[in-house]
Structure formats: C-alpha cells, structure tokens
Design a protein around this ligand. Structure first.
Ligand code: GLC
Length: 580
C-alpha cells in the first residue's frame, strides 16, 4: 500500500501549510474552521482531458496516451494541478470507453500500460495529479464477467449483473438513457432472461448488492492507486444501488427518472465500505457524477464526517443553458443557493461543461466571432472565482465552439445516434430534432482539440474519428499562445490568480446586486481580504450596482485591455477587483 504525502504545490511542515510561497492562516469566517480543513483537492484546478480527441500520436485518427505525453508541457503551462482523464481502459467503444471490458488494461486505441506509466510519471514530474474515471455502475457486455454471467443461470458470475428470468414474465419497465427504444431490459435468449442496462445494451448494470462485485471494484481501485494515481471520478455512481425486486414505478417516472434511480437504499453503505477499504487508506480525491435529488443527498455524499466521498457534482447549474437562452437571474440563484448550502460543511464542484455537454461558449456565452473571446473569458472568470473545486474542460481555454454538424452522418455519439433512430421510429419532426442536436449533442464538445492551422488542426496526420471544427484556422492553440490577450493566456492568468489567492478558494461568497438581470456580481472574503467579481452576461454594456466603494479598488484581472473602473461593464466584461 502506498501512503502518499499531502504535497499540494507546497509542503507540510509541522502542521503549517505553505502554498505557492504564501503563508496561509486558518480562515476565520463561517467557511472552514481550521487548518485541518485545507485540502489539496479543494485548492486544485481540475483540467479534464477527453483522450480520444486530445492528440493523436500514431496517425490512426484517434487521440492516445503518447499524444497526451507529447502535450504535458502544454498542460503544465496552463497552471492546472489535476488532470481528470476520461476512461482509458480496454473497451469495445460502444460509448467511447464508458463500456469497460477490462479494468486493468489500456484500450488498444490509446496505447499500452507502459505508455500509461510514462504519462503518469510525466504528470507527477510536473506537479500534476491524475484522477481516473471509474465506470462501475456498469461494465461492457464484452467484459469477462458478463460473458460468464450470460452463459448460464448457474454461473458463479450470474449475480454480478441484474437478471430477470423470462419464466416470470416481463419485468416492470425501466427507462434506458441510450437505448434505441429507451427500454432498459434486454432479452437474452441464451438463458431466457432479461438483463438491466440503464445506458446502452452494451453497458449492462453491475449488481452492487453482490458483495463480490464490490470487492472486485475495490481491488481494481487499489490496483490503480498502487500504480500511483491520485483519485477517482465515479461515473454515474448515484445509480449503482438498486431495489432488486424491481417494483412497478408510477406512470411518467421516466420524465424524472433520477428521482427513482438515484440514491437507492444501500448506496451510502457501499460508499462507506469503499471509503474504508480504499479511499481512506490513501491520499486520493474522489468525486461522484451526480449529487442525488436534494441538498440532503448531496451533503450525505460529501460531508467529511460521513466518510464517503470528497465531492459530487450536481447538474442543476450545467442544465440551465437552453437553445432559447437562459435567465441570468436563475443562473445566479442556482449557484448562490448551492454555495449557501455548502458554506459550513461539505465541498462543491464548479463546472459548466464537460464531455457530456456541448461547448461552454456556445451554450452559456456567445460564439459569434464578435463576442466569442470575451464571453468565453467571462465564463472562465466565473468558474475560477467561485467557491468549490473548478473542473475545466479541454478546449474551453481556447474558446472552442460547437461543431456545427448538420448531417447525422457527422455524429459519432451512440446516445445521439440512437436517439435519432428513436425519434425517426416514432415519427418525430426530424428537422426540429437536428436543430436541438446541433445545440446540445455531446459530440459538440468532442471534436478534436485545435492545436494549430495545419491539416486536421494538428490533431492527427490521419483521418480524425470525428470531424475537426471548420473554424480551426482561426481558433487554435498556436495562434493563441502568441497572443497575450487570447482566451488561452487569460486562462493561464486566472488560474494563477486563483492559486495565488486562497480567498478565491475558501473565501466566503456573497451575492451583491441580486436583482440585476444581466450582471452577476459577488464578493469573496477571507480574513482581511475582499474581492469583488463583476460579470456582464450580456452582449451590450451594462452597469453593476454593487453598492461598494470602488474608488480604491485594484483591478486584478479584466477580460478587456482597458478595464472598467466604475462598474460600467462592456459587453461580456468580467473583472475581479481587490477591495481590501
Ligand atoms: C456518464 C458519463 C457519460 C457516459 C455515461 C455512461 O454520464 O459521463 O459520458 O456515457 O456515464 O457511462
């Protein structure tokens, strides 16, 4: 077993934590109570890499681990200190790696275990920690466990999954997110039984009620932590526990299936067991996808005295963006509410985009060339100045935009393709469906990373597995690296600002100018420091009425070269002031 030292970007000496040369005193206000509440994972900036689309080293058109290795200096140059990597385990790729066929091996498309070891070493040498995706609500149907499980009703692996013998008739309906008929029960003639799959047919749900399954997962986790990784993102984990009697659910349950699927009895016991067996023995971070149905659920997942996880991320914030736009008042209300509920206890994750969402700037900002850069920087400012651990998706630092696909043939995501088929089958208005899909498909966020103006944006010398966005000649890393005012260099500056100022991590959050429908304004306070953040969410000039005296305020960062001095904000202007 490896017990790691807490290292952060500083060192712990006799209980005194030194971060980036700053001596940090214990926060006094309502937030964290004492030194012991300070954690590296709270102070981290997490950069998410979608390996399939990041960098291809061998010309097969698919990003890979050697590609990531070749870009480690770039990742370090961002100033981020944690990378979350989407699944890289062996997989037939029905859902781009979220269907794992061997949890202890690397997907062929991505490379070898030797590549993995080299990548991890390279990250650690650069002070970057690695968080792996742990996909254990389900496996692939090509995993050995499932092959055994489906082979016979008497297989020792039968109870690794959820089976319903057809002798009993059809089980009560369950909604599947990715299935072409949205039917989560798949009939398998080998043993005349149905198996459960909340996602695609090739993603059968594991039976967490079986202690052997839990032990297998804990062993897998230990395998990776012993290799030296620094944490796990628990994929779809809120759905892992199930009522295995499969009672009939009320009509229309599928419209709010989380209410019926998430946080079922047993889930917290499984997490406590995981914590006891694995997490508590190492200095690793843990974050769950999904935070249940209530603040109570969210607290029960992450409060330190629960001994379960460090963080969970809820979808309420990320779900606000809609094709027709969204209310800034609503946005403010949601994020303020979550902050206040976690102000005393627990810890938040802050994110507006990931591999399951369309692009940040296209959904929450304005990707018109006139506003793309400023609005993208404004959103970055929001993510980097809120309390909680920021999760930032690769490519957003360039302000990469939605793919602009109009033909279904350009899409690759199984969920999108199956939904297209489903909509066709039920005679839906396909033009409308394509319009919605162009705004929201996950493939929008999965087009290759735009490195330079060369063919395929420098991502591959082969044919990319998904089309490169047409705008790569104007939006790419090489151009932005040279431009001090680019979104990329703005991102580097604001990451540094966050890392240098614990007030942005731990400081008390207070919403100001609450009723302003266009500007999001808030303060962050810690000890004697007070920052004010003003964000104009509109493509027209707006004024913030913070009620605070700005005459002596110092501008720490602004997304315009001529910063505002009086609270009058240019379109999508973002400014961080130091008041005290
Ligand atoms: C999570 C992942 C998503 C995946 C699904 C099934 O939501 O983020 O990409 O398709 O789980 O594993």
């Amino acid at each position: 077993m490896i017990m790691k030292k807490i290292t952060l970007s500083g060192v712990i000496i006799a209980g005194i934590l030194l971060v980036s040369g700053l001596s940090c005193r214990a926060p006094k206000n309502d937030q964290t109570k004492d030194m012991t509440d300070r954690k590296w994972w709270k102070e981290a900036v997490v950069y998410q890499i979608y390996p399939r689309s990041f960098m291809d080293s061998d010309g097969d058109g698919i990003g890979d681990l050697k590609g990531i290795i070749s870009k480690l200096d770039y990742i370090q140059s961002l100033g981020v200190n944690v990378v979350w990597l989407n699944p890289i385990y062996s997989s037939p790729n029905d859902d781009n790696g979220y269907d794992v066929s061997d949890y202890r091996n690397i997907m062929k498309d991505f490379g070898t275990m030797a590549d993995f070891d080299a990548m991890l070493k390279g990250m650690h040498e650069r002070g970057i920690k690695l968080v792996m995706d742990l996909v254990v609500n389900h496996s692939s149907d090509e995993h050995e466990w499932f092959k055994q499980s489906r082979s016979s009703r008497n297989s020792p692996y039968r109870n690794y999954y959820h089976w319903w013998n057809a002798d009993k008739g059809k089980p009560s309906p369950r909604y599947s997110l990715f299935d072409v008929n949205h039917d989560a029960w798949m009939y398998d003639s080998t043993t005349n039984a149905y198996y459960l799959h909340y996602f695609s047919r090739k993603q059968p749900d594991l039976n967490w009620e079986n202690p052997k399954v839990r032990q297998e997962v804990f062993d897998i986790m230990k395998f990776w932590v012993d290799k030296g990784i620094d944490g796990f993102r628990l994929d779809a984990f809120q759905f892992a526990a199930k009522d295995t009697t499969f009672p009939v659910l009320p009509q229309g349950y599928e419209k709010e299936f989380t209410k019926y699927y998430a946080m079922q009895p047993g889930l917290h016991e499984y997490l406590k067991e995981m914590n006891k067996e694995v997490l508590s023995k190492y200095d690793v971070m843990s974050v769950a996808e999904g935070a249940g149905n209530s603040f109570k659920d969210a607290h029960e997942l992450v409060d330190a005295d629960r001994n379960e996880l460090n963080m969970a991320y809820a979808f309420e914030g990320v779900d606000i963006a809609k094709p027709e736009g969204y209310s800034v008042l609503h946005f403010k209300e949601v994020f303020s509410k979550w902050d206040s509920v976690f102000a005393q206890k627990g810890w938040l994750s802050i994110f507006l985009a990931n591999h399951d969402q369309a692009r940040l700037v296209s959904r929450f900002g304005n990707d018109d060339p006139k506003f793309r850069e400023v609005s993208s920087k404004m959103l970055t400012t929001f993510i980097m100045t809120m309390r909680g651990t920021p999760y930032y998706y690769n490519g957003d630092e360039l302000g990469m935009t939605n793919a602009g696909f109009t033909d279904i043939k350009d899409y690759r995501d199984k969920a999108t393709l199956n939904e297209y088929q489903h909509q066709k089958n039920i005679g839906a208005n396909m033009a409308e469906f394509m319009k919605q899909t162009a705004f929201s498909s996950r493939d929008n966020g999965r087009t290759p990373f735009q490195w330079n103006s060369n063919a395929n944006a420098g991502f591959t010398i082969g044919t990319p597995w998904i089309k490169v966005n047409n705008n790569y000649k104007t939006i790419n890393e090489a151009i932005q690296d040279k431009d001090p005012n680019s979104p990329l260099n703005y991102f580097r500056r604001i990451v540094k600002l966050r890392k240098d100022n614990p007030v942005l991590v731990y400081g008390k959050y207070t919403l100001v100018d609450k009723s302003n429908p266009d500007v999001y304004a808030y303060t962050r306070e810690l000890d004697s420091r007070k920052f004010l953040i003003l964000l104009n969410f509109r493509s027209e000039a707006r004024t913030a009425n913070s009620g605070l005296d700005l005459s002596k305020a110092k501008v720490l960062i602004d997304n315009y070269t001529e910063p505002t001095t009086d609270g009058k904000l240019k379109p999508f202007e973002a400014v961080v002031y130091q008041l005290e």
